[in-house]
Design a binder for this molecule. Structure first.
Ligand code: CDT
Length: 358
């Protein structure tokens, strides 16, 4: 295998029901891992969805604190997620296989004072048996107060989680053969010759160009993103005020899938990076989630995608040199971006319209 090629497996999960035991979900995740490393060529990096170990619990209003806490993995300065008893068998197995993983989970961080709760993902290196990077979801969708309608699909991430506040790209050792290493005379700009540069996003983040650009500015070659996206939820998505009739379930799901792929292909293209995007899919707790797991190249083409709404491996070997054309031509950021024109982007979060005409 040429030194710039890395094999990824997107490990799409079917639904995890609220009533499923932790063990049953783990055993499905372990079979996906086994499948990913026994294919040819074997996966070097396996990417799981957002909140992979449990049901997508923010769709429920959960007044029982004991139940709510049961979805979280406890972390502290001395103990990272791989030591959390619910999920330790997963990380132990990853280590045994010597593969790398991205996996989403609910983090209960206790740094000594009040516990903070995040929707997080880690990049764990099975070879070194350690967490290389952690990402906390920045763009939390939904609302704080539950919708009053009985049976409504809730989206209570703003209630259950604190938002993350950084997009930090990182290099991953051991994936390519002849990576440039830091030496006093190593170049500052390596043009793709160092260890691969990855970034992480979680679900809703993929719809916001800001995170992608932050990774683009750090030279990211692959962005990893797990998601749980509702296929039909009029309360969340709104019905189009100017349509004569609301979308049917089928039309709504088709549109949600379209927006999923639009966000992934456009942002991969505009930042000249690959992206590996992984769903938890199917009917979970009676609420439909889209599938649409896909791997996208730096030109914005989908190179592999899921065929089912269940547990499925979607794999591709990616040649990271394919990022160079975009990064050195159309999206050579340093050459073409105009900071003098972008002041507004950091001054303003929401819309302020120009004054009305007289
Ligand atoms: N999990 C998650 O972030 N879901 C959101 C739902 C948005 S509701 C409009 C998503 O972007 O898929």
């Amino acid at each position: 295998m040429s030194s710039h090629q890395v094999t990824f497996a997107a490990a799409q999960l079917g639904p995890n029901q609220r009533s499923d035991s932790r063990e049953s979900v783990l055993s499905r995740m372990l079979s996906l891992l086994e499948q990913a490393v026994s294919q040819s060529p074997p996966a070097q990096v396996v990417v799981f969805p957002e909140l992979a170990f449990t049901t997508f619990f923010p769709r429920h209003f959960i007044p029982d604190d004991e139940e709510l806490q049961s979805y979280f993995e406890a972390e502290s300065p001395d103990s990272q997620v791989d030591q959390s008893p619910n999920v330790k068998p997963f990380f132990d197995h990853v280590k045994k296989l010597g593969v790398d993983v991205y996996v989403g989970y609910a983090e209960a961080w206790n740094g000594g004072e009040k516990t903070e709760y995040y929707n997080s993902a880690v990049y764990y290196s099975g070879r070194s048996g350690q967490v290389l990077a952690k990402y906390r979801k920045v763009h939390l969708p939904g609302v704080f107060e539950p919708f009053p309608e009985p049976g409504a699909t809730q989206q209570l991430e703003k209630r259950y989680f604190k938002n993350g506040n950084s997009f930090e790209a990182f290099r991953v050792p051991g994936l390519v053969g002849d990576a440039l290493k830091a030496t006093p005379d190593a170049p500052v700009q390596t043009d793709g010759r160092g260890d691969p540069i990855f970034g992480m996003l979680i679900c809703n983040d993929r719809r916001w160009p800001e995170g992608w650009r932050a990774y683009g500015l750090q030279g990211a070659e692959v962005v990893l993103c797990g998601y749980n996206t509702t296929a039909y939820a009029p309360q969340l998505l709104g019905s189009d005020l100017y349509e004569s009739k609301p979308l049917s379930r089928e039309e709504a799901e088709k549109e949600v899938l379209y927006h999923n792929q639009l966000s992934l292909t456009a942002n991969s293209y505009m930042n000249a990076c690959f992206s590996v995007n992984v769903a938890k899919a199917g009917e979970e707790d009676g609420h439909p989630l889209i599938a649409g797991t896909c791997i996208v190249d730096p030109k914005g083409y989908v190179v592999a995608e899921a065929r089912t709404k269940g547990d499925e491996i979607v794999a591709a070997t990616l040649d990271l040199r394919k990022c160079r054309a975009g990064k050195t031509k159309t999206f050579d950021l340093g050459r073409h971006r105009r900071l003098d024109a972008y002041g507004l982007l950091l001054e303003r979060a929401g819309v302020e319209e120009p004054p009305l005409l007289t």
